[in-house]
Design a protein around this ligand. Structure first.
Ligand SMILES: [Zn+2]
Length: 57
């Protein structure tokens, strides 16, 4: 009987990690935040495409 451990590759840093982790598909919570931030950044960029704020200084 051999116990097979499956590994996934983190989609953020490409590091292999144990699939038993509940941070799938990321190796860590940090990586999931990085991915989320990237995603939000793209949305944010689209929303702030127009310069509708003014600087007083
Ligand atoms: Zn990672």
């Amino acid at each position: 009987m051999s116990k097979k451990i499956k590994f996934n590759k983190c989609i953020t840093c490409n590091k292999e990690f144990d699939t038993n982790l509940d941070t799938k598909p990321f190796c860590s919570k940090r990586c999931s935040y990085i991915d989320l931030n990237n995603w939000l950044d793209e949305k944010y960029l689209i929303n702030t495409n127009e310069e509708d704020y003014e600087r007083d200084f």
